[in-house]
Ligand binder design. Structure first.
Ligand code: FAD
Length: 334
């Protein structure tokens, strides 16, 4: 089974985890990033890739998707290894007792000198409907990693929240058709987005439910019950935007000190386990504010403290990045 090793293992590829990998790399440490989701970006990628974020320092407004691309590009010069679609299930001391071994749910193992847990709200599992399951991976998905994949397709979006509305608006200009199916009469999304959706080239079916999917190998048709009428919609893609069930999951059994199911940390982002740090929304301390910008700062603190522990005698304060322009400028920013 898959083995990997690095100076730092990062659990979670959300903004805090991605930035922890950058900061570790800047200190000359290698990293492996494990995430249960199939793409990096955490909540941003899963829930609001098309929304503009206005409160990340230095960005007047940045689309969720772009912020994630930039965080990935920023870490890229240090070549973090991504293990995506893989869940970290156990954390145990490695054989010589100096470092840690993460056990993955699929049997894989990751050895590291230090661990940064940046697991956000925990493991996210998309909510789905029984009739969608047989076509998951065959036309039915719960993420839209690349909008362009849906060019000239008939797309059905199921859900009534912000993600459903955002994806409908983003896909309308390039898909052949976009139909939103929502089981209630009113949307839970922001009013402005809902108005835009009704004005756009989007068919909206409310008080309606998807009852079945059909297709030989791939999805070809979606059946929808709308009142007394059964509709047969041609569809090569269905996006389930029904939200996610999140749980701290296996982390609860790692021997970490938890407070309200979050990991308690000190001012250096240390947990109660040696060389195990936590950053971002998974960690807690008095007065913590759950924002991306706060998690980025915590990631920097965690990675720099890990650097000192792994390289005793090194300074806590990193070299200024301005002194490294020559090697870091070589990497294009998307
Ligand atoms: P997350 O983004 O939650 O990432 C954690 C990652 O860890 C996930 O990908 C998860 O799959 C992975 N993971 C968890 N457990 C495991 C495991 N055992 N094994 C493997 N992987 C695991 N914040 C702002 O600052 N500004 C905003 O405008 C803003 N808007 C928002 C809008 C919405 C709709 C939502 C839902 C949130 C918003 N937030 C905003 C909050 C922001 O998204 C979070 O604060 C931020 O994503 C937290 O980042 P993180 O890296 O700590 O965790």
């Amino acid at each position: 089974m898959h083995q990997a090793s690095a100076d730092v293992a990062v659990v979670g590829a959300g903004p805090a985890g991605l930035y922890a990998a950058y900061c570790a790399g800047f200190r000359g440490l290698s990293s492996v990033i494990v995430d249960a989701l199939p793409e990096p970006g955490g909540q941003i990628a899963a829930l609001y890739p098309e929304k503009k974020i206005h409160d990340v320092a230095g960005h007047v407004a940045v689309k969720g998707r772009e912020l994630v691309e930039r965080l990935v590009a920023q870490a890229a010069p240090f070549e973090p290894r991504y293990l995506l679609g893989r869940t970290a299930a156990t954390l145990t001391r490695d054989e010589d007792g100096a470092g840690w071994e993460l056990g993955l749910e699929d049997g894989g193992r990751v050895r590291a000198g230090a661990v940064v847990i940046a697991a956000g709200l925990g493991r996210s599992v998309p909510r789905t409907l029984p009739c969608l399951r047989p076509y998951e991976g065959r036309g039915v998905a719960h993420h839209v990693p690349r909008l362009d994949e849906h060019r000239d397709r008939d797309v059905v979006i199921v859900g009534g929240g912000d993600s459903a509305v955002d994806w409908a608006l983003a896909l309308a200009p390039l898909a052949r058709s976009v139909t939103v199916v929502h089981r209630r009469s009113a949307f839970r999304a922001h009013e402005h987005g809902v108005k835009q959706m009704y004005a756009a080239d989007v068919r909206v079916l409310t008080d309606a439910q998807v009852t079945a999917c059909h297709g030989v190998r791939q999805l070809e048709e979606v059946r929808v019950q709308a009142g007394a009428e059964e509709l047969r919609l041609p569809a090569q893609a269905l996006v389930g935007a029904l939200g996610f069930v999140t749980s701290i999951g296996p982390l609860a059994d790692w021997g970490l000190r938890l407070e309200n199911r979050l990991i308690a940390v000190d001012r250096a982002m240390r947990t109660n386990l040696p060389r195990v740090y936590a950053a971002g929304d998974i960690c807690t301390y008095e007065g913590r504010v759950p924002l991306i910008s706060v998690g980025l700062g915590e990631a920097a603190t965690a990675a720099n403290h890990a650097a000192v522990e792994l390289r005793p005698g090194s300074r806590l304060a990193p070299e200024h990045s301005t002194a490294r322009s020559a090697d870091l400028d070589a990497v294009p920013v998307p």
